[in-house]
Design a protein around this ligand. Structure first.
Ligand code: GAR
Length: 212
């Protein structure tokens, strides 16, 4: 994809399997966009190896070196803005973001969360789903607003909870669904196909010959 194609910046903290799903979908489906950079707050994030192997610019911005959350987010924004991204994609980026940061990217900031929001916002979603005894769990893609895990919902996928599920087995099936629903949601955002009214998001179909 040429240098001038709309760019995507992906933020990670760990494995980066959602990052991989998005990079692969972008390449295989010939999105009119390119993943310009991956930024991690952890130097040991495995996703960095994958991204570097695909020739994507990788940066580490260690949160432990920032004097405050505000300082961290300002430096993060400076690095993101260097790529003038059309979309900023949170893919397992395990940090709370300041309202300043969220507002700066509002409308182009998207996240995947491992639960059927608004149930189980926050951490340890699979453990909490098992403890609560829910029969359906799942994944949510949402636009990011200053309130954590509460932005307009773009896509969801439900995963039945099985009698013998453990945190790990449930997490694995939820992650499969994240990989299925996140790339098309990112693509729809890039293509201006998300119509937001209040908390409701309508995802318009891709133009004929595009999308799937
Ligand atoms: C995913 O399950 C994602 O939903 C979750 O972290 C995992 C990252 O996996 N994100 C959050 O919990 C954010 N609150 P990955 O690094 O393999 O994409």
């Amino acid at each position: 994809m040429p240098e001038h194609a709309p760019s995507i910046v992906i933020l990670i903290s760990g494995t980066g399997s959602n990052l991989q799903a998005i990079v692969n979908a972008c390449a295989e489906q010939a999105w009119k966009a390119r993943v310009a950079a991956v930024i991690s707050n952890r130097a040991d994030a495995a996703g960095l190896h994958f991204a570097a192997g695909r020739g994507i610019a990788c940066e580490v911005l260690d949160h432990r070196e920032a004097a405050s959350r505000e300082d961290y987010d300002r430096e993060l924004a400076r690095r993101i803005d260097a790529h003038a991204p059309a979309a900023v994609v949170l893919a397992g980026f395990m940090r709370l973001l300041t309202p300043w940061f969220v507002q700066r990217y509002e409308g182009r900031l998207i996240n995947v969360h491992p639960s059927l929001l608004p149930a189980f916002a926050g951490l340890h979603t699979h453990r909490r789903a098992l403890e609560a005894g829910v029969k359906l769990h799942g994944a949510t893609v949402h636009l990011v607003t200053p309130e954590m895990d509460a932005g307009p919902i773009v896509a969801q996928a439900a995963v039945p909870v099985l009698d013998d599920d453990t945190e790990a087995s449930l997490a694995e099936r939820v992650l499969e669904q994240e990989h299925r629903i996140y790339p098309p949601a990112v693509r729809a955002l890039l293509e201006g196909r998300l119509k937001v009214r209040g908390q409701r998001v309508r995802v318009l179909d891709a133009a004929p010959g595009e999308g799937r």
